[in-house]
Design a protein around this ligand. Sequence first.
Ligand SMILES: [Zn+2]
Length: 229
Amino acid sequence: MRAAFAMLLVACAQGTPETVDSADDRAYTPEVFAIPLAEPERFFQTTGVDHDPEDHGDSTLGSAICTNYDGRGFPWCYDGHDGTDFLLEGGFEAMDAGSTQILAAAAGVVVSTDDGNYDRCHVEGGSVSCDGYPMVGNHVILEHPSGVRTKYWHMKSGSVAVEVGQEVACGDVLGLVGSSGLSSMPHLHFELAVDGQWVDPYAGPNSQPESWWQDQGDDPEELPPSVCP
Ligand SMILES: [Zn+2]
């Protein structure tokens, strides 16, 4: 008995059987994703996915059921939001001082990029203004081996560091945080899609039971470090 118990402990410490079981239980079988930011500690708020996009409610903010984990919601989300926003502390001043790097959340191939669009879009009179320039976001889209796509939006103009067809490793630099396109302030809009349908990478009561993040942290207002699997 004693020997069998010891062997079980060794097997668990190696992690093989439990890891396989856990992956099989997922609704999809994706890669595991790292927080796509070189300096997660510089982001002061995370805005989650709306899990009730069909219900637009009757207020100007519509209706939203936010990503919610550990029984707590993100500080806020908004109607129809299909990704996760990471907001850069210090806003445009921080962006002008060099901004911060956006990283590939997992290994994959670049399937779409856009760069060179105006990156100082902001809120004016209750809606987003790009000072007369086209409201087009600089972006990178990656496709991962399972077919899952990750999308990185609103990058700083001239910062996109990869090109279509290029293979990237988890943690490779894709560009810098900016405020191009439909964006009220410098932030990264990160989106995961399976067959064109968004998926919230966070686990929680309003989301899926298992996280797609390598580490989603335990506090919605404090991002964990970016760790590639
Ligand atoms: Zn967003």
